[in-house]
Design a protein around this ligand. Structure first.
Ligand code: T3D
Length: 259
């Protein structure tokens, strides 16, 4: 494994830091494969109950490394999409733990859309988002055409994707693209505090919530009600549900184990 993803696990939180700062954390093949392995580790390690993705230096990620993409010896476009980005996005959506993106700077192309595939997106005030693909003649990938219209509606998504405009974190927050903007110097501490809070919540229930949301836009109401019934039955059998209700009735703080 390369060193393009810094990986730290502490207090039940895994922090994945995209780490090619001199290239604005743009993804080359090694970095994409490293990220996939680290996400697998997050899935397998039961100590990890929440996952944070952020960038080192001044960017979150500038998307695909365009030097690699245009290198005749490099991987071809279809390989980049199928072997680099699709497996990352699928892993983030399938991970039965909350994934929080801390967007510390510019998030462009695949970098922006990987952030949008996370469960909760926080951005520093100075961060920006760019659907950069149209500017170089590509179509948005990494799940962008799936997530963005669901987040901001078809009209805004079309304009952002066709024009490739740079938008501020505040604009992204106002249009519902991200959860919250945080002052630059508070992003890390605020993000970690939120992640610790999530990791101490009933994470089994959060995983089932994610499952329900993953299906939400594809199902009709009846299908979604059936799914809620099925998942609620599972949640109701969890130790966390027993603990949550017992703690409420005993007027004490619950201790959840994610089981
Ligand atoms: O095959 C495929 O491509 C399929 C996959 C597609 C997925 C995609 O993500 S397509 C979209 C790819 N990304 C972009 O088009 C964004 C390109 N970058 C930019 O537009 C700008 O760099 C930013 C708006 C992100 C930031 O601008 P700025 O002015 O703050 O920084 P800069 O000076 O442009 O970049 C700093 C350095 O990073 C610079 O290197 P240097 O000159 O200091 O050695 C620049 O070349 C490098 N860099 C930035 N983005 C990329 C990159 N190097 C390689 N690939 C990049 N994407």
């Amino acid at each position: 494994m390369g060193n393009f993803i810094q990986f730290n696990v502490e207090n039940g939180i895994a922090v994945l830091t995209l780490n090619r700062p001199d290239k604005l954390n743009s993804f080359n093949r090694d970095m994409a494969l490293d990220m996939q392995s680290r996400l697998d580790e997050c899935r397998e390690n039961t100590e990890i109950r929440a996952v944070v993705i952020t960038g080192s230096g001044r960017a979150f990620s500038a998307g695909q490394d365009l030097e690699e993409a245009t290198d005749p010896q490099g991987p071809e476009l279809s390989k980049i999409v199928c072997e680099h980005y699709n497996p990352i996005v699928k892993r983030i959506r399938a991970l039965e733990k909350p994934v929080i993106a801390l967007v510390n700077g510019v998030a462009a192309g695949a970098g922006a859309n990987i952030a949008l595939s996370c469960d909760i997106v926080l951005a520093a005030q100075s961060a920006t988002f760019i659907q950069a693909f149209s500017k170089i003649g590509l179509i948005p990938d990494s799940g962008g055409t799936y997530f963005l219209p669901r987040l901001v509606g078809m009209q805004k998504a079309s304009a952002l994707m066709m024009l490739g405009d740079k938008i501020t974190a505040k604009e992204a927050e106002s249009m519902g693209m991200i959860y919250k903007v945080v002052p630059d110097d508070e992003l890390e501490s605020f993000g970690l505090k939120l992640s610790v809070h999530l990791a101490q919540m009933p994470t089994f229930g959060l995983a089932l919530t994610k499952k329900a949301l993953n299906k939400s836009f594809g199902n009709n109401l009846n299908q979604q009600l059936d799914l809620e019934d099925q998942l609620q039955t599972m949640a109701g059998k969890s130790d966390d549900y027993k603990e949550g209700t017992a703690a409420f009735l005993e007027k004490r703080k619950p201790i959840f184990k994610g089981k």
